[in-house]
Design a protein. Structure first.
Length: 292
């Protein structure tokens, strides 16, 4: 009997960009389509899976290991919406250690417990903080643990800055078997100019937009109930977007090495867009964003 191939993806993004919201809705949509899903939260805040579990938090792997030497799978793996398996890596005690250590420790423990084989999974989804320069957070990319990497970004400069840094890491580790980039999930896209900014960025870095996700009050309503949009409002327009995104990710097969912009190139690119937006707003045109 041939061994079942489990698809593994990692979704990165700067804090506050909507990464965990997007990831949990992807997991929920994949599960609703009949797939067995494991979501691993790799943020020290340990809140990746809360909307998959009615707003409740679960014990993290690092916290559990601090309390006991031997850990069983049912002490760190919990079921959420529609049978999705939920894991939170956790982080160190405040002011102590490396925040990325949770990912390294979690991967090692889950392998020891043979979780990936025992749960008969179809897909594993890593939800990873993408704006911290730390070796631990690079594990899914560096070690090639993920088959494909996606990044959540809005049209805001700091989100794009974080995405560009991720591209640098992917490019660096690609020569040694690291994971490659599937594309950008454009989040909070409600204006034409926001879409154009993201489109221009992916064009300059030789990647692609996987899906455009609008900002919607439906998401806020859902999260206030401790649920994903897929669970709370399964027939909403926002849920349809997440279902389309999840389907594209499930069927994605070819990832590539991006071409990140250098620091000077990125800032020149940003200055150009600052001038463009000013001209759109006021009709006034200035050079290099008036030396911002």
């Amino acid at each position: 009997m041939s061994k079942k191939k489990v698809k593994t993806i990692a979704i990165y993004g700067k804090g506050g960009i909507g990464k965990s919201t997007t990831t949990s809705n992807i997991s929920a949509a994949l599960s609703a389509s009949g797939l067995k899903v494991l979501q691993i939260g790799c943020d020290p805040k340990s809140d990746s899976t809360t909307t998959l579990r009615g707003g409740g938090y679960i014990p993290t792997i690092l916290d559990t290991l601090r309390e006991k030497k031997t850990v069983k799978s049912n002490e760190v793996i919990f079921e959420g919406f529609n049978g999705i398996y939920c894991v939170e890596a956790g982080g160190p005690a405040p002011g102590v250690g490396c925040a990325g250590r949770g990912i390294i420790t979690s991967v090692e423990l889950l392998k020891q417990l043979r979780v990936f084989e025992e749960l008969d999974l179809d897909i594993v989804v890593y939800d990873v903080l993408g704006d911290v320069v730390c070796g631990g957070f690079a594990v899914p990319v560096r070690e090639g643990i993920a088959d494909h990497v996606f990044t959540v970004s809005s049209a805001d400069f700091m989100a794009i800055y974080a995405a560009n840094n991720l591209f640098k890491g992917i490019q660096k580790y690609s020569k040694n078997g690291g994971a490659l980039l599937g594309g950008v999930i454009a989040n909070s896209i409600n204006t034409d100019y926001a879409r154009e900014i993201v489109d221009d960025f992916v064009s300059n870095t030789k990647t692609q937009v996987v899906e455009y996700v609008p900002r919607s009050v439906t998401v806020t309503q859902s999260e206030l109930q401790g649920k994903t949009t897929i669970e709370a409002f399964p027939d909403s327009e926002q849920a349809k977007v997440y279902k389309t995104l999840a389907n594209k990710i499930w069927n994605h097969t070819e990832s590539k090495v991006p071409s990140p912009l250098g620091d000077k190139e990125l800032h020149e690119w940003a200055f150009k867009w600052a001038d463009t937006l000013l001209a759109m707003e006021t009709g006034e045109v200035r050079g290099v964003a008036a030396a911002i």
